[in-house]
Design a protein around this ligand. Structure first.
Ligand SMILES: *Cc1c(COP(=O)(O)O)cnc(C)c1O
Length: 368
């Protein structure tokens, strides 16, 4: 029996290596590189990606929540791991697993100091996040003295870095706004440097920031989507390689007579003779109903087969009229040569959501 899964999200680590080297080559040699591996490494496979980034020489990893970092530690990842959005309830395990918190508010900073003191920590590395216009997480600049007073009065923690996050680094129309965020962050960093001894790392750029505002690379960049082969820009995407490929096999072929319906709630009606293929991937796997009604498509034998009617929980029907296709043939949702960004765009969303949404039911197949 062939043990290869019929449905798989293939993760190509050579593509990851290509993307890492390409992105790195545009940075100054001394700039540190943080690889973002939150949400199962954008829906791929966090451990395999983290391990590969470790061997490639990345300096830091980042996850969103403590649990994600704990899981990487339990699998043997030793690199520094920044937790971007720690929750008050997860601070104990965060310290136990040597994860480094982003502290973004007076509340979380105070809770963290208490927890670190309870665990007898000294100079525990923390990262101070400032809000410069995204208005999502982060201290206002006005809290700078308060922060320095709290940190300075304690030997418990030590600021390893200060950082902020850009709101629209991918949007050329928002260049002025982004430059304003960059200036705001530089001002905060300048004040920090003037008021406090020691030099924490400074970092601001995500993937699109790296490509569009390289002069703001500071001491480190935080790269997520670019590592996985997408950069919110067709010209750059052409130079990157998609890491993930979602493929499956045709379960059954049907010939549909004019007037017949396909799928739940009669989602599609044939006006002429049609041939359909049923695929064993549905919305529970992360291909949502928004891709139904002809918006999304797969390729079978290099030909485009649009999704017919409504996507089901475990299945999707596609139109293979005129395509040489039989049961057992491979169908590809996205991957090299078939951009996840384009597929996502067909339903009004973005590669980030499509990739990170591929559910844990889909087996991951790591290709070295
Ligand atoms: C997710 C995230 C990133 C990575 O962004 P990409 O656009 O995927 O490169 C960087 N920084 C923060 C704070 C994030 O939340």
């Amino acid at each position: 029996m062939d043990q290869t899964p019929d449905t798989a999200l293939e993760i190509d680590l050579t593509a990851l290596e290509h993307n890492y080297r390409l992105i790195r080559s545009g940075l100054l040699p001394e700039t540190r590189f943080l690889g973002v591996v939150k949400a199962f490494a954008y829906g791929s496979e966090a451990f395999a990606i983290a391990r590969k980034l470790e061997t490639l020489g990345a300096d830091y990893l980042a996850v969103a929540f403590s649990r994600e970092g704990v899981s990487l530690r339990q699998q043997g990842i030793r690199m520094p791991i920044l937790v971007l959005h720690p929750q008050p309830g997860g601070l104990g395990e965060l310290i136990e697993h040597c994860l480094e918190p982003s502290l973004y508010s007076r509340g979380i900073l105070t809770s963290f100091l208490e927890e670190a003191a309870k665990q007898g920590q000294r100079h525990y590395p923390v990262h101070i996040k400032f809000n410069t216009g995204l208005n999502r997480l982060g201290f206002p600049e006005d809290d700078l003295e308060w922060i320095l007073a709290r940190l300075g009065a304690s030997e418990i923690v030590k600021a390893r870095s200060i950082f902020s996050h850009l709101a629209a680094s991918d949007d050329p129309k928002e260049r002025e706004f982004t430059l304003g965020q960059i200036r705001a962050f530089e001002a905060i960093a300048g004040r920090w440097g003037a008021l406090a001894p020691g030099t924490p790392l400074k970092h601001l750029l995500n993937t699109s920031g790296i490509f569009n505002y390289p002069r703001a690379q500071a001491d480190m960049v935080r790269c997520g989507i670019g590592l996985y082969g997408y950069a919110n820009d067709p010209g750059i995407d052409a130079r990157l390689r998609p890491v993930a490929r979602l493929r499956t096999r045709v379960s059954q072929v049907h010939d549909i007579e004019p007037g017949q319906w396909v799928g739940y709630n009669k989602g599609f009606q044939a006006t002429d003779r049609r041939r359909t293929a049923t695929l064993p991937i549905g919305h529970a796997d992360g291909i949502g109903r928004q891709y139904g009604q002809g918006r999304g498509w797969v390729t079978i034998g290099g030909q485009r087969a649009p999704i017919l009617g409504n996507v089901c929980m475990d299945m999707t029907m596609v139109d293979i009229t005129g395509i040489a296709c039989q049961e057992g043939d491979t169908a590809i949702f996205f991957g090299p040569g078939q951009s996840a960004e384009t597929f996502a765009g067909s339903a009004g969303t973005i590669s980030y959501e499509l990739l990170a949404g591929i559910s844990q039911r889909v087996p991951r197949l790591i290709l070295e």
